[in-house]
Design a protein around this ligand. Structure first.
Ligand code: CTP
Ligand code: MG
Length: 219
């Protein structure tokens, strides 16, 4: 039973405002991508890894994997214009005999091994997908322009993170289903059953320079 990881690293990182794609912004001595890649490489649960790199950054991604001694990296593919397109490209590189695919954002460098374990376990119990999530602290409102249209029931809301784990066949079909901001949404849309498990604050998504400094301070 083989478990593949697709590491989505093909975003441009516009909000970070670096001179290079976010995955190659410096986090200490190495590119941001190195931290999650190393953790996937070291994970007891992951057999192989596909890195989805920005166009023209495939070579640096391959060199980084070599530098880290990340022998599980089976391929580096070029991403697309959106996260969903990038994940689609990554999933296409996963061989047909893979049973489980875990999708992770390189923008969340601090990937705890226990979360990997937590998202994989329910797949053996009949779930199609598993997402880690945190309770929402703020009250979330639906707005149109500057007018509040609706206030959502906070106790029903969670903020989804990655890594998200899926039965490989379910994800393969779901990624053909167009655009969404995470993979679980594609699986839900395709009628799949997605379980939510406890997320982790350390899985903060690096969006701004301040996020990068915060994550740096944890390492
Ligand atoms: N991602 C990707 N391909 C894209 C867009 C995003 O692989 N076309 C990946 C990013 O590399 C990141 C994750 O999806 O690991 C989450 O995206 P986000 O945090 O929005 O990163 P960026 O799109 O790079 O940042 P921004 O939106 O500020 O440009
Ligand atoms: Mg983005």
């Amino acid at each position: 039973m083989s478990t593949w990881a697709v590491l989505a690293a093909a975003g441009s990182g516009e909000r970070l405002g670096s001179d290079r794609p976010k995955a190659f912004a410096r986090l200490g001595e190495l590119p941001l991508l190195a931290e999650s890649l190393r953790r996937l490489e070291d994970s007891d649960w992951i057999d192989s890894i596909v890195v989805v790199a920005p166009a023209d950054w495939e070579e640096p991604a391959i060199l980084l994997a070599e530098e880290l001694g990340a022998g599980k990296v089976a391929g580096v593919v070029t991403g697309g214009a959106t996260r969903a397109a990038s994940v689609r490209a990554g999933v296409a590189e996963v061989p047909a005999d893979a049973v489980v695919i875990l999708v992770h954002d390189a923008a969340r460098p601090v990937l705890p091994e226990e979360v990997v374990e937590r998202v994989l376990a329910p797949l053996a119990e009949g779930w199609d997908g598993v997402v880690p999530a945190l309770p929402v602290a703020d009250t979330v409102k639906r707005v149109r322009g500057d007018e509040v249209v609706e206030t959502l029931a906070r106790e029903e809301l969670v903020a989804a993170q990655t890594p998200q784990a899926f039965l490989a066949d379910v994800l393969r079909r779901a990624v053909e289903g167009g655009e969404a901001s995470d993979c679980a949404a594609l699986v839900e849309r395709a009628g799949g059953r997605v379980k939510v498990v406890e997320g982790d604050r350390r899985l903060l998504k690096v969006t701004t320079g301040a996020d990068l400094e915060l994550v740096q301070s944890w390492l």
